[in-house]
Design a protein around this ligand. Structure first.
Ligand code: 13P
Ligand code: SF4
Length: 339
């Protein structure tokens, strides 16, 4: 299996998050602690003062999601970014998400509470590999998962997220598709679209790669009635165990709409906050693998970091070089996915 060595910052963040998980007794704490109300009031006041709006991804800590105005998956956040009037947008998530917001709505000030929160997979593409494939095929579309840097997006014809990848790739006129960078999402798309020749890159999400078949099988033995839901960033073997494969939002909505009571969820545990919110009183039970699936980068986006970001107006995202080139594939994704 491909491996990725966590940076010291990621190691520390993961350790802290696992300790917090133990202390809370689960991914959603019974209460957010004595300072939560005070911090939430501060966020509300600072938002008003700075004409700011707060967006969060489902993977950030529950208390941070609870302070946000909008919470969603990557596609929802990208689409929403274009429509916001506030002069400051605070993005509680990782850098590629904040960068996408800035590209899609460049006149706004975009802030990141945890500027070091980066997605390792977003860098896992080598220009030489892209050029090699480009030289090999005439009839080629380059598709970049939104989990990429602006520079990598600027090499692509169109972006996708996990919620629209199949629809977008299917709509492309080209037969050959170079899919960057996630080999797992790329393979899943290829399996759904046998009419396309999908060329895979070697990128992967280290957090979803920590979800291993042995731990999934142990859960299935323990909870034989449970439905298994997986994010397409999981490995092929893990996806083979799944009854349902989808983006974070699709997983949450599937659970909320299901008559089942037990679910094995194979993605980052942050989704539990929204699952609990949407299924309150239904007695649904969610199980995760023994090695807690926590994204160390998303875990850096604490409620404290959100308060401090709004106080200092820190973590501002600059427009990348070549913004039009990087934005074009994002706009094209929004157009195709919205059809
Ligand atoms: P979604 O688009 O499903 O929210 O996923 C984002 C992500 O980073 C998955 O690891
Ligand atoms: Fe990146 Fe994986 Fe974290 Fe998503 S969960 S932000 S793909 S490292």
């Amino acid at each position: 299996m491909d491996s990725y060595k966590l940076t010291p910052l990621e190691q520390q963040s993961l350790q802290n998050a696992v300790a917090q998980l133990k202390q809370d007794g689960g991914p959603v704490p019974r209460d957010f602690g004595p300072n939560f109300d005070q911090m939430a009031a501060k966020v509300a006041q600072l938002k008003k003062e700075h004409d700011a709006v707060v967006l969060a991804h489902y993977y950030v800590p529950a208390a941070t999601q609870a302070m946000a105005d909008y919470v969603g998956d990557s596609f929802y956040l990208a689409r929403l970014a274009k429509t916001l009037d506030a002069s400051t947008i605070v993005l509680c998530g990782v850098s590629f998400m904040a960068e996408s917001v800035k590209l899609l709505n460049p006149s706004r000030r975009v802030l990141m509470p945890a500027p070091h929160a980066d997605c390792p997979m977003a860098h896992m593409v080598r220009k030489a590999d892209v050029d090699k494939v480009r030289d090999e095929y005439d009839d080629l579309a380059i598709v970049a998962y939104v989990n990429t840097t602006a520079e990598i997006k600027s090499w692509a014809d169109v972006c996708v997220t996990s919620s629209n990848a199949i629809k977008v790739v299917r709509s492309l006129p080209q037969h050959n598709i170079l899919f960057l960078p996630d080999m797992n999402l790329g393979r899943y798309v290829a399996q759904q679209l046998p009419e396309k020749n999908v060329i895979l890159n070697r990128g992967f999400c280290p957090t979803h790669h920590r979800i291993i078949p042995a731990e999934v099988e142990a859960l299935e033995m323990e909870h034989p009635e449970a439905e298994v839901l997986a994010h397409p960033e999981c490995t092929d073997q893990v996806l083979g165990e799944a009854d349902f494969i989808g983006s974070t939002k699709q997983i949450i909505e599937h659970i909320a709409a299901s008559d089942q009571k037990e679910f094995i969820v194979l993605t980052v545990m942050g989704v539990s906050y929204e699952i609990e919110r949407q299924t309150k009183g239904q007695g649904k039970k969610i199980y995760y693998p023994a090695t807690p699936p926590i994204c160390p980068n998303m875990a850096m986006v604490s409620p404290e970091s959100l308060v401090s970001c709004l106080e200092k107006l820190s973590g501002e995202i600059d427009l990348p070089v070549n913004p039009d080139r990087a934005n074009a594939p994002l706009e094209r994704m929004l157009e195709i996915a919205g059809r």
